[in-house]
Design a protein around this ligand. Sequence first.
Ligand code: ADP
Ligand code: MG
Length: 265
Amino acid sequence: MVLTRRQIEVENRRLIDERELLQREIKEWNKELEKRVTQKSRELEKAHQEIIQAEKLAAVGHVSAGMAHEIRNPLNSINLFAQILLADSAISDENKNYISKISHEVERIDSILVQMLASSQNEAKNAQKVNLQEIVTSVLRSAQPLIEAQQVELRFDSEEDIPPVHADPVEMEQIFTNLIANALYEMPEGGTLKLLLKADAEKIMIHISDSGPGIPQENMQRIFDPFFTTRSKGTGFGLSVVLRIVNNCGGRIKVESPPGQGAHF
Ligand SMILES: Nc1ncnc2c1ncn2[C@@H]1O[C@H](COP(=O)(O)OP(=O)(O)O)[C@@H](O)[C@H]1O
Ligand SMILES: [Mg+2]
């Protein structure tokens, strides 16, 4: 076949156009691939963080459960002896006052240890159908005196038919008790506590937010760690308990704290 000069030029042009098109396509593919790699890396990093967090919880749980058991025995003896002394009529009122303080402080340590044990337990013992609206309502009822005393405005919204969850009701209560207690702690002089329950076909979403000072960026990574607390009388167990329960139910928990807008769980 013999091509005329004109035909060759046309053919060349076509080939050049095709090459440019291919080059453009390759570029776009590259971009797409890069995007996917970045996203996968991010997901991997997140999964890695979650594994570390779970291992940390398990390790601390194991050690603290052992310690808690050991410490509670002598504590109970101390308390028992304190009670015996308190019943002794030969002891002055002033000294009885000291003894009751000892007993009170011992009980405080004991309750911290009980929380420590709770935060290290792994299985929900008593799973059943749980209505989350009822749980929230009952936790809010207990928190009502504090809400009123601190003049906190409460907004609780729930979609009508939140399906029941299969969980331990005591554990579900712990989630709300801890998150609500944390929120109220941050609003001693008033603010807004918002709770929202929503459900779609696969999941139930629980939003709890406050209008307190929020969580500084540098603490964000640590608030779920057992023992991490910024509060003088805090134990640092609340959120680690919440995380363990949520994880055990196959759920997820996220926190956001945009500057000046409180904390949102
Ligand atoms: N709603 C909140 N607003 C601001 N900071 C919070 C909030 N909830 C938790 N935090 C931070 O996370 C830390 C850990 O909370 P938590 O595990 O419940 O332990 P604790 O309440 O005993 O300190 C708190 O000390 C506080 O620094
Ligand atoms: Mg707390």
